[in-house]
Design a protein around this ligand. Structure first.
Ligand SMILES: [Zn+2]
Ligand SMILES: [Zn+2]
Length: 206
C-alpha cells in the first residue's frame, strides 16, 4: 500500500496520497493547498492519481483541488451533505483563508458503506458527521483516514456551521471505535495515532 503524507498550507493540513503499490494508482485525499508540492511528489514517485477524495468541505482541505483536478483530469469525490459548501466561498471560507475564492462542483458523491477500488485495494467510506454534516472517514485494511473528525488525543471543532458536538462524539464512538485497536489513524491535522491509543487516552472519549 502506498501511503504518503504531505503537510500543506498555513493550516497544516495532512494531504495523503494512498493507493496500490502494484499499479501505482492513488487517491489524493484532502489537497488543502500547495498543489505544486503535491504534484512534485506524484511525479517523483511516478504515481497515477485516479480521483481526489475530500474528507469534508472546509476551505483548508480544498485549496489545491481545482489545479490538481484540471492537471490530471480526475474527478472529485465527497459526501453529498458538504456538496453545497465547496460550491460557495461563503460557506467554505476560502476567500477569507486564501484571499481568493475556491468554488467547484464535485463529480461524484459517496456515502456510508461505499467502496472505492484502487488497484488491488478497497477504500470504504464511513460517514462520520459532527465536524460538518458531510464529514467522512475512509478505511482501507488496518488504516483509517479521519479528516477533522478524530485527531491524536483530540477531536474536531464543532462550533462552525453544520457542527454538532453530540453528533461528532456519536460518530467517533459508534463508527470509529468499532474498529480494531491496531487500526492506524491518519487525521486531517497533526500526527498519526491508532484506534487503541485513542480509545485509552483521548480525553473526549472517556
Ligand atoms: Zn474542517
Ligand atoms: Zn481542517
Amino acid at each position: 500500500m502506498i501511503l504518503e503524507n504531505i503537510v500543506v498550507g498555513s493550516y497544516m493540513v495532512n494531504c495523503y496520497l494512498t493507493g496500490s503499490s502494484d499499479t501505482k494508482e492513488v487517491l489524493i485525499i484532502d489537497p488543502g493547498s500547495s498543489p505544486g508540492s503535491i504534484k512534485a511528489k506524484i511525479d517523483d514517485m511516478k504515481l497515477k492519481p485516479i480521483a481526489i477524495l475530500l474528507t469534508h468541505g472546509h476551505g483548508d482541505h480544498i485549496g489545491g483541488v481545482i489545479e490538481l483536478k484540471e492537471h490530471y483530469g480526475i474527478p472529485v469525490y465527497m459526501h453529498e451533505l458538504d456538496g453545497d459548501m465547496v460550491g460557495a466561498t461563503r460557506t467554505n471560507f476560502t476567500r477569507m483563508m486564501f484571499g481568493r475564492s475556491i468554488e467547484f462542483t464535485p463529480e461524484k458523491f459517496v456515502g456510508d458503506g461505499d467502496i472505492i477500488t484502487v488497484g488491488d485495494l478497497e477504500y470504504e467510506i464511513i460517514h462520520t458527521p459532527g465536524h460538518t454534516q458531510g464529514g467522512i472517514s475512509i478505511k482501507c485494511g488496518d488504516v483509517v483516514f479521519t479528516g477533522d473528525t478524530l485527531f491524536h488525543g483530540s477531536i474536531g471543532r464543532t462550533d462552525l456551521p453544520g457542527g454538532s458536538y453530540d453528533q461528532l462524539i456519536g460518530s467517533i464512538k459508534t463508527k470509529l471505535m468499532a474498529l480494531p485497536d491496531d487500526t492506524r489513524v491518519y487525521p486531517g491535522h497533526n500526527s498519526a495515532s491508532s484506534i487503541g491509543y485513542e480509545r485509552k487516552y483521548n480525553p473526549f472519549l472517556r
